[in-house]
Design a protein around this ligand. Sequence first.
Ligand code: ZN
Length: 248
Amino acid sequence: MQRQELEAYLSQYLDVARFRDYSPNGLQVEGRAYVDRIATGVTASVELLASAIDSGADAIIVHHGYFWRGDDARIVGMRRRRIAMLIEANVNLFAFHLPLDAHAQVGNNATLAAHLGFQVHGQFGDQNIGYYGEITSAPTLSELAERVERRLERKPLVVGDESRLVRRIAWCTGAAQSYIEEAVALGVDAFLTGEASEQTVHVARETGIAFISAGHHATERYGIHALGGHLAREFGLEHRFIDVPNPV
Ligand SMILES: [Zn+2]
């Protein structure tokens, strides 16, 4: 398909215009005009680019791209290396940040819920990126932590009474630890996100909400993978998801 056709489809499908974001959503680095093979991954690191280019991708689609607000705007050092790799290989880079967190079908939070067996009841937080819902089996916090560890293949950080039951839960992938007080206001039993800050632990202890930090990378692998699968089915593109493990 034409790159421009893919660009227009992604912008509409992910409802890009709805979001105020910290980096541009959509085409970030322009490559060849025709796209047959796509590669997806969480972050446009050099390792991901090398693997995607090696496998013959015409476009790379990621959750964490470039040009973040507050970044050094110069194209030097590691930024030059990354952008030079793309331009030399004539490969397109697309990035979708908040639109991919929020999307109801292929979004990070929707796909994480499916992965962990959470029922979705609604959305909350800044620009409705966070999700809340229910775990109908109401596991104990320690059973839930085991489930998270097994399904995400990473040991989570858990704060709270291990024997308490978790039925109502709010979650937001990535670095959404600052949403914990909004989760408290929702009246849920637990809040799950990717990262933790020192103060998050105190908020959890003092409000009584259980808290799980399950990994930024580990919680954000599923959305971009699902988006690639969706595009492959919709347009007959060849898709490869590339996982570059990250302990954070
Ligand atoms: Zn993220």
